[in-house]
Structure formats: C-alpha cells, structure tokens
Design a protein around this ligand. Sequence first.
Ligand code: G6P
Length: 460
Amino acid sequence: MPERRRSKLVVLANRLPVHRAGDGEWHTSPGGLVRAVLPIMKARTGAWVGWPGSSSRTPRLWTHEGVRLWPVAVPEREMDEYYGGMSNRTLWPLFHDAIRAPEFEPKWWEAYESANQRFVARALRAAGRRAQWWVHDYHLMLAPRLLRSARPAARVGFFLHIPFPPEELFAWLPWRRQLLDGLLGADVVGFQTHAAARNFSRAARRWTRAEGTDHELHIDGRKVSVDAFPISIDIDEFESLARDPSVIARSQQIRRRVGARRRIILAVDRIDYTKGIELRLEAFEAALTRGDITADRCVLIQIAVPSREATPEYMETRDRVERLVGRINGQFSTPGRVAVHYFRRQLAGDELVSYYLAADVMLVTPLRDGMNLVAKEFIACRLDNSGVLVLSEFAGAAEQFRRALLVNPRDFAAMGATLNRAMSLPRREAIMRMAIMRMLLRRHDVHEWADTFLRALERA
Ligand code: G6P
C-alpha cells in the first residue's frame, strides 16, 4: 500500500470495535474499551487492529464508520489460551486484587507471547513508518516492546484500562519481568488512576533495570513517561440521546410499566465477579427484610450483560446472581410488583439511555474497577441534575466523583445505610451533587482524554 494511504494513528486492541453476532449482523463489541476508543477513532483518520470476535470467519480488512479495521486471525486454540487463559484467568483476576485466584499456566504464557507477535505483525502492515501506535489493555502488554524492536524510532503509547495491582500482588506473576519489559517498550504508559501509575513504576524499578521516579523511568538510554489519564465518554453522544423525544417517551413508558409511583434503583454491569453484583443484591434483600424499603415503593432493575461465558468463574457468577434474583423475587414480589427486574442482555444505546433517564438511584458498586464508564454515562444523561449516584470507592471513577455517595461494597452495613441515604436524599442536595459531577464530566470527556494522551505521546 502506498505510504500516503497508510493510517497515522494505529490502535491495537484485543477486540475490534464491532463483531458479528449470532444473527449475522455486526454489533458494537462489549466493554468500556470499545465504548471509549470508538468515538475517538471515528473523529480521526486511523486504523484499528484487533480480533474480529471469531476464529472461524475472519473477514478481510474493511471500513466501519470511517475507521479502517484490520482483523487479526488467531487460531482457536491460541485464542483459548491467550485470551481465555492468560488474559481472563491470570491477568484479569490478578490485576483486580486477586478477587478470584489467578491461575499460572506456562502454555497460556506461550500462547500470549505468540498472539502478541501476531497482532504486532498485522499492525506493522497497517501503518507506515510515521505512524503513531496506541496499544490498549492487558491482552497486549508485550506489543510495545515488539513494535519498538521493529521500528526503533516509532512513537508508541500504551494505555491500561484496568487497575494495575500493588507490587506485592504483581510479584506473584512468573512472567512479571517480561510483562514489564514489554510495557517499557512504549514512550508513554498510561493508567486510569495515580495509584495504578505508581504501582507500575514501583514494580518496574524493582523487577527491571529501569530507574527513575513514579512519573519518569529511564531504561537502555530511553525515557518512558508514566501517568494517569482517567478515561471518559463521549458526553455529546449521551446528552443528545437523553434529549431525543423518543428516548424520553420510552423512559416514561418504563416508569409507567414498573409503577409510576415506585422509585427505580438501577444497576448496569457486565456479568463479572469484579462488579459486586451479588453483594449489591444481598444488600437490597437485607433492606427489604428490614423493611427500610418495600417492593411496593421501589424496584431494582439489574441489567446484566453476558460476558466471557466460556470461563467457569463467569458462569458461576451468573448462576449465583440469577439464584439471588429468584430468591428475592420469591420472597418479596407481589402481582404487578416485582422486586427485581433482571435483564440478561446487552441493550442498544438509546434503550440504555432510557433506563438511565428513568432511574432515581444508580448503583455502581464494583469490588474493583479500572474506571467504570456506566457511572459517567448516568451522569451525562441527567440533564436536569436529578438522580443519585452510589459509587464504590474501588472504582477508578471515585477518584474524580467525590460528590457521589461513596461506599465500600464489602461493608454490608454501609451498603444498607447508603442505599437508605440515596433513597431519602433531599432533592436540593441531590441536585447540587449531580451538578458538580456534571461540570467535572463536561470538562473531561473522552476527546479530552485522547488529546491529552496523544499530546503526551507527541512530546515524548
Ligand atoms: C473490559 C476490558 C476490555 C474488554 C471488555 C470486555 O472493559 O478492559 O479490554 O474488551 O472488558 O471484555 P471481553 O473479554 O469481552 O473483551
């Protein structure tokens, strides 16, 4: 391909932003990474290198809403080991405070190395010598070093969407030095929070030859900048959906259907053990048992997006959640008054916004989360500054939104008390809190996030 037609900004991520679902149609891929990075790439000329969601039918390159997509064909077995194994059963639990025991399997590591090489080989074909590379997330932590070896003068950025664990936990990893070395191939290594950036710098100084401070490392005569770049959302997109008359009408319909006088408590999560869905349901159940709230006066709507269903821990989480929903409804629902509405599906953007608009209280209570964009989406949709956000202290978003009702999701009593407080918060106080959070969010949307990161990359 001639140089001038090659893209300047090249994103490497495990998933392409769209995948073909069972119905044969292309759908937006799940998760925060795609929700945040897709609007960025739509607004620029660029290419996206990633897995198309299936090993059997790999399409050739194509363009989706202006973004050039370069699918990477990964054999099924390698995908199982690199993605299902190393990414989902080693790195994901380890980086989320080892909420589930991470497994350390040498053959997963080999597949991880080989898949990273595969993604980089494809990426090198997607871009000319002047390209800027932006590698995303824990699936591809070896890619920055591989790119650096192939193109020593290239600019390479890396952004981690999930937390980076404290040094003592990271030390468990048999391949800790290789992963750090992989990341140190980048010019800029970005994290969601200052804590994560600090954890990385400390691990790098401990386990590699890198020297320096929490923000600047030096290795092999090169400088690596390390910083927090809290990710965000495309606020305009959510605000315009929240203004759309058909979305507003749908939100009113939702309210009427569940009972116009009932308060709506909403939760939206991928079904993942890091999201704290069970503890949240148990707190809701306890509040009903105590009589603090009644199913007559309020309803919990839990939207649960299926995720990583080939992984046993995820199916166990789903089973536990569904048993709990059954138990709560069995005890507290009456005809026309279902205590918990549970939808196991991914909603389209406009439908999701209708729920954000219909809700009185939003519960975002993960046990550990890189950022959590659901919290930001809810705030973006509340154009009239109404609504109360209950937010876990362990979501990256809590670093920014001190005006949410912050809670420790493992503190059962605090969960109950915060739920009560959210339900009875004086309207004026709720409006004041939401107005401040909306102002903060307006200042830091996803375009500002990308500009800040890419400026840091240019300066590097
Ligand atoms: C999180 C990760 C993303 C991932 C998404 C969905 O947001 O940070 O990298 O794509 O979850 O998970 P999945 O395993 O389905 O890609």
